[in-house]
Write a protein that binds this ligand. Structure first.
Ligand SMILES: Cc1cc2nc3c(=O)[nH]c(=O)nc-3n(C[C@H](O)[C@H](O)[C@H](O)COP(=O)(O)O)c2cc1C
Length: 330
C-alpha cells in the first residue's frame, strides 16, 4: 500500500487513476481498476445516449462501490454536456475530470453532491483559475501524455504547480513503469493518471490491431499531429499518418484562422478527425490513426488490467528498495 492524499480520499490502495480515454475506456476496465486497488475514470462521451450513460452509472455504483470517475468535455464541442450534467446530478460518481474548458458549471452543480472535481491543466495560469473556482485537484497533463498533451515536461510541471497552487496535483503522462510512478511521487505529485499502457488490455474494447500496435510500436514512433482535432494530439506514426502529414494544410490553416469560417472549420476538422480515430479504433481500415503516448514503450504484450497494475506496483517497490539500498551504501 502507498498512503497519500489520493489513496485516503477514495479509500484505494495505490495512488493511480486509470485515465479516461475516448473510445477506449469501458466499464470492465473501471471494475478491474476498482478490484485491484486503483480508481478508474471514463469519458461520458463513451456512452452513446443519456439513457445508456445513466444505466452505466447505476451499475458502476454497485460494481465499483461508488469508486469511479467520469470525464466531461466542458467546451462547446460537447453538445451533450447539459444532459450529461443532469444525469450526473442524479447519479453522482466519486469524482469528475473536466477537460477543454471552464469547470465552473460542473463545480457548481456537482460539488454540493459530494463529487470531487479534478481539472485537466497544462500550466500555472489556468491552474490558478480552476483552483479559484473551487477545483479539488489538478490533473497536470505533461508533454509526454497520450492524447492532447501539454508542453511542459513532468520534472518541471509538477514542482511548478506545487509551488504556485495549494490543491493536490495528479501527474498525467509518461508513466509506464513503477520507477516512473516513484519519480512522479518524488517530484511532489499526489498521484498519477495512466492511460496509454491500458489500451493493450484484454478488457479494452478496441480492435486487436490497435492493441497489437501498442505492443509493436514504441516511444520513437509517437508523433504530435494537429490533423486529428486541430490541437496537438499524440498518435502512432503509421504509414497512413506519415502519408497525410502532421500539420493542417495551408487552406485548413488559413480557414481555421479566418474570423467567419473559423468556428465551422474547427468543428468540421474535429468531427472528421474523431470519425477517423473511431473507425481506426474499432475496425480494419487502412486509415490507421491510433491515439497513444510514448509510455507504450513499456508494453510488450496484451495483458489484463490486473497484470499491469501488479507489474507497476512490483516495479515501484523494487525501484524504491533499490534507491534506499544505493543511498545506504554511499
Ligand atoms: C487513446 C486516448 C484517448 C484519450 N481520451 C481522453 C479523453 O477523452 N478525455 C481526457 O480528458 N483525456 C483523454 N486522454 C488523456 C488521458 O486521460 C491521460 O491524460 C493520458 O493518457 C496520460 O498519458 P499516458 O497515456 O502517457 O498515460 C486520452 C489518452 C489516450 C491515450
Amino acid at each position: 500500500m502507498i498512503s497519500n492524499w489520493l489513496t485516503t480520499t477514495f479509500g484505494i490502495k495505490y495512488p493511480i487513476i486509470l485515465a479516461p480515454m475516448f473510445l477506449v475506456s469501458n466499464d470492465k476496465m473501471l471494475i478491474e481498476a476498482y478490484k485491484n486497488g486503483i480508481i478508474g475514470c471514463i469519458p461520458a462521451l463513451n456512452y452513446r445516449t443519456p439513457e445508456e450513460f445513466e444505466t452505466a452509472l447505476k451499475e458502476l455504483k454497485i460494481n465499483c462501490d461508488g469508486k469511479f470517475g467520469i470525464n466531461l468535455i466542458v467546451n462547446k464541442s460537447n453538445i451533450h454536456l447539459k444532459k450529461q450534467l443532469e444525469v450526473l446530478v442524479r447519479n453522482p460518481p466519486a469524482f469528475v475530470i473536466t477537460s477543454l474548458g471552464s469547470p465552473e458549471q460542473t463545480i457548481k452543480l456537482l460539488k454540493p453532491k459530494g463529487v470531487k472535481i479534478f481539472c485537466d491543466v497544462v500550466d500555472v495560469e489556468y491552474s490558478l483559475k480552476v483552483e479559484k473556482l473551487g477545483a479539488d485537484a489538478l490533473i497536470a497533463v505533461n508533454s509526454g501524455a497520450g492524447g492532447h498533451a501539454g508542453n511542459i515536461a513532468t520534472s518541471i510541471l509538477i514542482p511548478m504547480l506545487k509551488e504556485h497552487c495549494k490543491i493536490p496535483v495528479i501527474s498525467a503522462g509518461g508513466v509506464g513503469t513503477g520507477a516512473g510512478l516513484l519519480s512522479a511521487l518524488a517530484l511532489g505529485a499526489d498521484g498519477v493518471s495512466i492511460g496509454s499502457p491500458f489500451i493493450a488490455t484484454i478488457e479494452s474494447g478496441v480492435s486487436q490491431e490497435y492493441k497489437q500496435a501498442i505492443v509493436d510500436y514504441g516511444a520513437e514512433n509517437i508523433v504530435m499531429s494537429t490533423k486529428i482535432s486541430g490541437s496537438p494530439c499524440s498518435v502512432i506514426e503509421t504509414p497512413y499518418v506519415k502519408k497525410i502529414g502532421l500539420n493542417q494544410n495551408l487552406l485548413e490553416s488559413f480557414l481555421s484562422h479566418n474570423k467567419t469560417a473559423k468556428k465551422y472549420v474547427k468543428m468540421l476538422t474535429y468531427y472528421k478527425g474523431m470519425k477517423a480515430v473511431e473507425n481506426a479504433a474499432f475496425g480494419a481500415t487502412y486509415k490507421t490513426v491510433w491515439v497513444a503516448g510514448p509510455s507504450i514503450e513499456f508494453v510488450h504484450k496484451v495483458e489484463t488490467v490486473q497484470v499491469i497494475i501488479e507489474r507497476l506496483i512490483n516495479e515501484y517497490q523494487k525501484a524504491y528498495d533499490d534507491l534506499c539500498s544505493k543511498n545506504q551504501k554511499s
